[in-house]
Structure formats: structure tokens, C-alpha cells
Design a protein. Structure first.
Length: 150
């Protein structure tokens, strides 16, 4: 005796597919009998002035004109660190005389600023109070014209 070509699982899968097709056809017939879907006006959605989605059109009297120049795209550049007085004061917090560089802690902004021995007009050591000017370098701000404050 030969085995049948279709097993029990194949029969069950076919029955399920047939049932799904029939349900789909019934839903389609039901939609057709109800006269189709919604009209275009019923499907339209609007956004109000608060950004909420609503089905009523916006009031033209609440329309706000926006100038093209007022729109800012991206992040505005940070304001430069320039102050009214270009000469600042600070304390040398670190200085390596062998390599010829150090850092100054600015008294106003409490920021640590790099300086090189070539930018010093006087001999400096750690904990000395100095005055300096800021200059923009490729790596950030750098102190120049470093002099001792007495």
C-alpha cells in the first residue's frame, strides 16, 4: 500500500488558507455593501497652532506671518571670549620649564589657559600672579604677552 500524497498537516494548512480567503471575501463584500470608505473631506487632518492634529480646518484670522530672515537653521556660533578689557589676570597653576609651557587659571572665568615660554615677557614660575592677553590658536585660546603682576 502506498501512502497518500497529502498528510494530515497539509490538509489542516489548506483548510486554514481556505477559511482565511473566505473571511477576507466576506469583509470585502461587507465594505462594498456599506457604500465604500470615507470621503476625502472626512479623511483630511489639520494641525492647529499648538501642533495638535484636528479634523477642523484652521482659522485664517489666527494665521501668523513668519519672515524668512527670522528662521535660524543650525546652532548659532558661540560668542567669542573677548572682553571689554583685553588684558586679564590670573595665577600660573602649572609650568614645565624643561618643555617650556604651562597653564594659567584666569581670575574672572576660572578657566585654565595654555601659554608657551615664548609668549612670556618675564620669567614665571608656578603660583605667580600674571597678566596676559588672549589669542585664538588652532587648538583653542592661548595666553600671550604674559607678564608678572607686582
Amino acid at each position: 500500500m502506498a501512502r497518500s500524497q497529502q498528510s494530515w498537516q497539509k490538509n489542516e494548512r489548506e483548510k486554514k488558507k481556505q477559511k482565511d480567503r473566505q473571511e477576507k471575501a466576506e469583509k470585502k463584500a461587507e465594505r462594498k455593501s456599506q457604500g465604500g470608505g470615507k470621503s476625502l473631506d472626512q479623511m483630511m487632518a489639520y494641525i492647529d497652532e499648538n501642533g495638535n492634529i484636528t479634523d477642523t480646518p484652521p482659522d485664517p484670522s489666527k494665521k501668523v506671518e513668519v519672515k524668512l530672515e527670522d528662521i535660524v537653521i543650525g546652532v548659532p556660533k558661540a560668542s567669542e571670549m573677548e572682553a571689554a578689557d583685553p588684558v586679564r589676570t590670573g595665577t600660573v597653576t602649572f609650568f614645565n620649564s624643561g618643555k617650556g609651557f604651562g597653564f594659567i587659571r584666569d581670575h574672572v572665568s576660572q578657566e585654565s589657559i595654555f601659554f608657551h615660554i615664548n609668549a612670556c615677557l618675564d620669567r614665571v614660575d608656578e603660583t605667580n600672579k600674571v597678566s596676559f592677553e588672549l589669542e585664538k590658536s588652532p587648538r583653542g585660546w592661548q595666553a600671550v604677552k604674559v607678564t608678572l603682576v607686582k
